[in-house]
Design a protein around this ligand. Structure first.
Ligand code: ZN
Ligand code: ZN
Length: 355
């Protein structure tokens, strides 16, 4: 029995994430199309990944030393069956869960699917509490493939024409038969010279060398709306990785909001607790409350009780219609722990009064 972990250079029981990483790294080296390619070795790592990259098969392999899933007639206890791949076994209900892009990226079969859209990018942004309530604009610097600003993605030198691609004679497609370890595979692939468009620039754009996209840093301004909650995700369509003559991926921004030391949020309402002296609770008084809009003076009415709420209108969180919720102040009456002799005497007098 082959040791799939060893094949991938991993310790027994390594996680699926580690398996995935190892497979990616090894396949980049041993892929038959690469200079460093080694078909036998590549087949071995692909076989190992077919089992360890699949949750169910990996669990079986970890427990029994081989996998039962896949149902191959030969019964070779490896759980690896090319039919799974060829028949689209990725979602055929055999529990064969496999990241299709892993295989196709590595084979270079040129499935139209991966060509059509750039990768999504996801980033995280930390906000302080006040920024999350009022909204904020953040600029981030992303290193990614962006549409070339000089040729606007056409790849042609400014003011020059496009001409018919000579590689595919303007068809955009190339028929070819490839010898692989699965036998001869006949494919119609997209022409890589013109990316399936059938046209190439007569003169290439000097900035992107005709690619239409350039890898570089792009500053993106993210307008974070007022009232955003911790864990919310903003999606910016088309701000992910650009793709030559294809649709750009999306940019996902996950928001983390730092908690505030004294203010909590409930929907559009903000809430804080305020300690009030016993005498002020009895006689009333004025207090200063720190809101997100600054300090606000409030009047404590005489006879207020512990836990009672005072409302400061329109100092809460803005809603989508830009109307603000309220700021609530919860009264916490402080009962003194130690009384001076004089204070005790006064309180005893109060008790004699029936209070
Ligand atoms: Zn360009
Ligand atoms: Zn072409």
């Amino acid at each position: 029995m082959k040791d799939y972990y060893q094949i991938l250079g991993l310790q027994k029981g390594a996680s699926r994430d580690e398996v995935k990483k190892a497979f990616r790294k090894l396949s980049a080296t041993y892929h038959p199309d690469k200079k460093t390619g080694d078909e036998a070795k590549y087949k071995e790592i692909t076989e190992a990944y077919a089992t360890l990259g699949d949750e169910k098969k990996k669990a079986e392999y970890d427990t029994y030393g081989h996998s039962f899933a896949g149902g191959q007639p030969g019964g070779g206890a490896g759980g690896f069956n090319w039919a799974d791949f060829q028949q689209g076994g990725f979602s055929n209900g055999q529990g064969f869960e496999f990241d299709i892009s892993d295989i196709f990226e590595n084979f270079g079969f040129g499935g139209g699917r991966r060509e059509s859209r750039g990768r999504d990018i996801s980033i995280e942004i930390n906000l302080n509490f006040s920024e999350s309530v009022f909204g904020v604009s953040r600029k981030v610097l992303l290193t990614k493939n962006s549409t070339c600003t000089h040729c606007k993605g056409t790849g042609a030198k400014e003011g020059t024409q496009m001409t018919t691609c000579t590689t595919c004679n303007g068809n955009g497609k190339i028929h070819e038969t490839k010898q692989t370890f699965m036998g001869a595979v006949s494919t119609v692939r997209e022409c890589t010279t013109c990316n399936g468009t059938g046209k190439v620039p007569k003169e290439r754009c000097g900035y992107c060398v005709g690619a239409g996209v350039m890898r570089g840093q792009e500053e993106i301004e993210i307008k974070i709306p007022a009232g955003i909650q911790n864990g919310e995700v903003i999606r910016m369509t088309g701000r992910g990785e650009a793709m030559q003559r294809g649709q750009a991926g999306d940019l996902y921004i996950k928001i983390h909001v730092e908690a505030h030391a004294t203010i909590k949020r409930d929907g559009t309402t903000l809430l804080t607790k305020m300690p009030v002296k016993l005498t002020d609770a009895l006689l009333g008084g004025t207090y200063t409350v720190t809101t997100l809009d600054g300090d606000v003076t409030i009047t404590i009415p005489a006879g207020i009780t512990h836990g009672e709420m005072l409302r400061i209108k329109n100092k809460g969180v803005p809603n989508s219609a830009n109307q603000r919720g309220d700021f609530l102040v919860q009264i916490s009456i402080e009962v003194p722990k130690n009384l001076s002799r004089k204070a005790k005497k006064l309180v005893e007098d109060l008790r004699a009064e029936g209070i």
